[in-house]
Design a protein. Structure first.
Lengths: 458, 165, 343
């Protein structure tokens, strides 16, 4: 809770920095703030306190995910240093990012549906603006508008669902709803099911699962690369944490009813994401589809819903987000002059072998190759799903992973090709991006070698 | 609770105006119907004896948000020709899907039991009680929603500000 | 039965009074303008020109009714209707006087005392904007549209400061009902002494909400021909003009009852009159206060020049709203201090 207050105040301080004239101190301030927030989370470990009439519940699950999104934001900040120096409205950017983080933590630790809604809205509203923040780029404008319309539409479903569930149970509180559902499991009114279904649709929209994924590639491609990186890592982690929390606390009794549906959605998402990613020539768009595919894997944890799912989804989101950050760091550094094509990577390994190696590690982790983090994340996930009896889902997941390996390897393969005349000069990766890439590679390796640490804490 | 005659009148007006929002050809007419729709929905609060909510609904939705809405529609000056025409197949598909969803919801809510009417003397909706709930049980959401409004405000300033090139 | 009859009489008399006062406000406006400009003003129709408003009314009715070809006909007619309707709707929550005792039965001289009175006024006023917007847009004329847009943005901007000023007042009075507010100001405990800044903000916003000088940009004739009612003629124009005067009357009544004690006046209880006589006297005093504020509206109109549009927005957003927020903080501190919860 203290951490949440610190982040919100940090956001307000960032907003005021331009007026009060400490814009130069902004970046160090935010960095120190985020690190201290992580410290606060660590101190709260194993406390499990419910705050303010059970609006927020910081159990270990919430603390772990909150700390993870904070760490991810700090990592994201390393490569975004330039972003805060060159743009004119950097105070606003910083404030919006911190508000996003506030929203993310609220939606991770909520214990009341009203807080879930507010968290999602804080996060989304800031993101709509960030997606459109490149004002002179039509694609960015389109991304912002599309994201806004789709987000508002999804929010409508979510709210409708919440209303119906409130109508039946008379409470917004997760625990009370769960009690109501288990007490009346024999004769639940029909509209409870409709409510669960509508909430499911709203959340699937938000996490861009098929068949509600159509907005995602355009939004991810059109937004400024750094914002895309933020969206496909931190936001996705928070969204899945919220999704899992809702279904694990509230609706696990009804799992027989929504399990099959969600399994099919997960399978569809993995297949659609991976197959379409193969066809992409644009690196950014490819990462967008890959992010959709990964959403499919993460949905599997919700389908499985057993004692290891929480740990599995935590490991998976962490591994995926860290590796993705690496990929986006490369994309951002190399695509400086709007060249986001995959073939722009030609000659990367010859010119900058160290950086190329690091990108290779990130790609391998995304593809799920041992001994990197991605492999073990998938392993635990699949193991849990098999235990819950969805063998066919695992088969689909393995199949789609194989498709995934193909396009991740295509990136690596392209790096080995000789650079052509028309490709122009390959920008040098240095500074923050290099540091971030190195950290990403080290973390991916460490999490691959000791996967039990992250998986076991939940 | 047996719905009363005013309820039926209001509900008919709400549904009618909501339909006209979609069916009107001119965007300005749509917005005006939407305003009327919000107004009738606000009146439903009166039937539930929630006068404060009624007033706030009228002030915020009908009086403020929709004015801005109408404002921008008038500025943009949209006309029929500039609207892209959707594929008929997509239109039919969307209609069928929306219809199915409507049927599902209708079926789902059909058997719902209805709660008893709130007695007119009950003061649950007075401003004082509402304030106690907002500043008591719902203190945290009430406070944290300010972050949401703040981020919307910052965003609006950021997108609206002229960039110095 | 008597109750309904009494209310009916009250409704009709409030309605007629609004119309009459609005009518004679036009006369007053011209006489006062003449006084300020050292002229005589209307003096042909009847003694002192007292029949002038009637003559104007007849003229308005007799004029040719023109609806522009390219106008949106339905909305063109709807505009003045909305304007007139909302102008007349606000009067119902204003306590025009204390109660009258007729045949042992006590009757309140207020059409209805809803517990959210002041919010109701806000709601109706916020709908009133549509009269201008619809009329301006439906005319299909650039000047009208400009006037409409100016009008709506001005009203939205000043409604915020007005609401914030009222919040401070509600904090001190602890009620939303206008009658209760008036009763609390018994004697000379007028709110204006407790909320001087709030009153100043409120009256400035009231001027802006009524589109009166120095905030009459929506119909500023030097720039926009006639503003939002450029294309209007005959009685539709009459409605717009009339609604403006009714609004002025109602705002004066609200200012008087919120900040100047309504029908209360000092030493009210020392006069030794009967209840009914006191009530009627109170009503008379109330109308005296209202007329003073109407006069103030006109006085300012013929004294101060009009704002420029950017000045208007600057005043609204950068001065009024921060001041109103400051006022709220100040009031909160004082309220806490007086209740002993502060330090």
């Amino acid at each position: 809770m203290n951490a949440l207050i610190v982040i919100a105040c940090l956001g307000i301080a960032a907003m005021m920095s331009e007026v009060l004239g400490f814009k130069k101190l902004l970046l160090p301030l935010v960095a120190i703030g985020l690190i201290s927030v992580v410290g606060l989370f660590v101190m709260d470990w194993n406390t499990s306190i419910r705050y303010y009439h059970d609006m927020l519940y910081f159990d270990n699950y919430a603390i772990a995910f909150s700390a993870m999104v904070t760490v991810l934001t700090a990592l994201w900040l390393i490569m975004s240093k330039e972003y805060f120096i060159s743009t004119t409205s950097k105070a606003e950017h910083a404030a919006l990012i911190l508000f996003c983080l506030t929203g993310a933590i609220v939606m991770i630790s909520y214990s009341d549906l009203s807080m879930l809604f507010i968290g999602i809205e804080i996060l989304s509203i800031s993101l709509y603006v960030l997606a459109a923040s490149n004002k002179h780029d039509l694609r960015s404008n389109e991304a912002g508008l599309k994201y806004f319309l789709m987000g508002a539409f999804a929010t409508g479903f979510l709210l409708f669902g919440i209303t119906l569930i409130y109508g039946a149970s008379g409470s917004f509180n997760l625990q009370e709803i769960a009690n109501y559902l288990s007490k009346n499991s024999e004769h639940l009114p029909m509209f409870v099911y409709a409510g669960v279904l509508l909430m499911l649709v709203g959340l699937l929209f938000k996490v861009s699962a098929a068949p509600f994924h159509f907005w995602a590639p355009d939004v991810y491609e059109g937004s400024p690369t750094l914002v895309t990186a933020f969206m496909s890592t931190i936001v996705k982690t928070a969204a899945f944490a919220a999704f899992y929390r809702l279904f694990a606390t509230c609706f696990s009794d009804l799992s027989g009813w929504w399990g099959e549906t969600l399994a099919i959605v997960a399978a569809l998402t993995m297949l659609v994401g991976n197959v379409l990613a193969v066809m992409q020539q644009n690196f950014k768009r490819m990462l967008a589809y890959s992010s959709i595919a990964h959403a499919g894997y993460m949905l599997m944890a919700i389908v499985a819903m057993n004692h290891i799912s929480a740990g599995a989804i935590f490991l998976y989101t962490s591994a995926y987000s860290i590796a993705s950050l690496g990929a986006f760091a490369c994309l951002h550094a190399l695509g400086a002059n709007d060249n986001e094509k995959i073939i722009n990577l030609r000659g990367f390994i010859a010119k900058q072998p160290f950086n190329a190696g690091l990108l290779c590690l990130a790609m391998l982790s995304l593809a799920g190759i041992p001994p990197l983090a991605g492999f073990f994340a998938k392993y635990y996930l699949f193991y849990g799903v098999i235990q819950s009896g969805y063998l066919w889902l695992v088969l689909v997941a393995v199949l789609s992973s194989l498709i995934g390996v193909y396009y991740y390897f295509r990136v690596i393969y392209t790096m080995f090709l000789p650079r052509e005349e028309e490709d122009g000069v390959l920008p040098k990766i240095s500074g923050g991006h290099k540091i971030l890439l190195t950290i990403v590679a080290i973390l991916s390796l460490l999490m691959g070698i000791f996967p039990g640490i992250l998986q076991g804490i939940l | 609770m047996e719905p009363s005659l005013p309820f039926y009148i209001l509900a008919t007006l709400s549904v009618f105006s909501a339909l006209m929002v979609v069916l009107s050809r001119k965007p300005v007419h749509s917005v005006l119907y939407l305003i009327f729709c919000f107004f009738t929905i606000g009146c439903h609060y009166l039937l539930l004896n929630a006068q404060f909510l009624f007033a706030v609904h009228i002030i915020v939705y009908t009086g403020a948000i929709m004015v801005l809405f109408l404002f921008s529609i008038m500025f943009i000056n949209m006309n029929k020709e500039s609207e892209p025409h959707k594929n008929t197949l997509i239109k039919i598909a969307a209609g069928v899907l929306a219809g199915l969803l409507f049927l599902v919801l209708l079926e789902a809510t059909k058997g719902a039991e209805t709660l008893g009417p709130p007695s007119p003397n009950e003061s649950y909706s007075t401003v004082a009680n509402l304030g106690k709930v907002l500043y008591g049980q719902y203190l945290l959401p009430f406070e944290i929603i300010s972050i949401m409004l703040l981020s919307a405000m910052v965003g609006a300033v950021m997108l609206g500000k002229k960039s110095v090139d | 039965m008597e109750f309904i009859l009494f209310k009916l009489v009250l409704v009709i008399s409030v309605f007629v009074a609004s119309l009459l006062i609005a009518m004679y406000s036009t006369y007053g406006e011209r006489k006062i303008a003449a006084f300020f400009q050292d002229r005589l003003g209307p003096n042909r129709a009847g003694p002192f020109g007292l029949l002038q408003p009637l003559a104007d009314g007849v003229k308005m009715f007799m004029k040719e009714e023109i609806i522009p070809t390219n106008a949106d006909k339905a909305l063109f007619i709807l505009g003045p209707c909305v304007m007139m309707m909302t102008a007349c709707m606000t009067g119902v929550v204003i306590p025009w006087g204390n109660s009258l005792i007729i045949g042992g039965q006590e009757y309140m001289m207020q059409i209805t005392d809803i517990n959210i009175g002041i919010l109701y006024v806000f709601g109706v006023v916020s709908i009133g904007v549509y009269g201008i917007m619809i009329g301006g847009w439906a005319s299909n004329n650039k000047y009208s549209l400009m006037g409409a847009i100016r009008g709506s943005s001005q009203m939205i901007s000043y409604e915020l400061a007005m609401g914030l000023a009222i919040i401070a007042l509600i904090m001190t009075t602890g009620t939303l009902s206008i009658r209760e507010m008036v009763q609390q100001q018994h004697g000379a405990h007028w709110n204006v002494f407790y909320q001087p800044l709030g009153f100043l903000l409120f009256i400035i916003c009231a001027f802006a909400e009524c589109n009166r000088t120095p905030f009459d940009l929506p119909e500023c004739e030097t720039e926009l021909v006639g503003g939002y009612h450029t294309e209007y003629s005959s009685m539709k124009l009459g409605f717009y003009l009339f609604a403006e005067y009714i609004n002025m009357f109602i705002s004066s009544a609200i200012i008087a009852s919120l900040y100047f004690g309504g029908y209360n006046f000092p030493f009210l209880s020392n006069l030794g009159l009967s209840h009914n006589a006191l009530s009627l006297l109170g009503t008379a005093v109330f109308f005296g206060k209202i007329f003073f504020f109407i006069f103030l509206f006109m006085w300012i109109r013929w004294t101060i020049p009009r704002f420029r549009y950017d000045q208007l927005m600057h005043l609204g957003w950068r001065i009024m709203i921060p001041l109103a927020l400051f006022n709220i903080l100040l009031t909160a501190l004082v309220v806490l201090w007086r209740s002993g919860q502060l330090g």
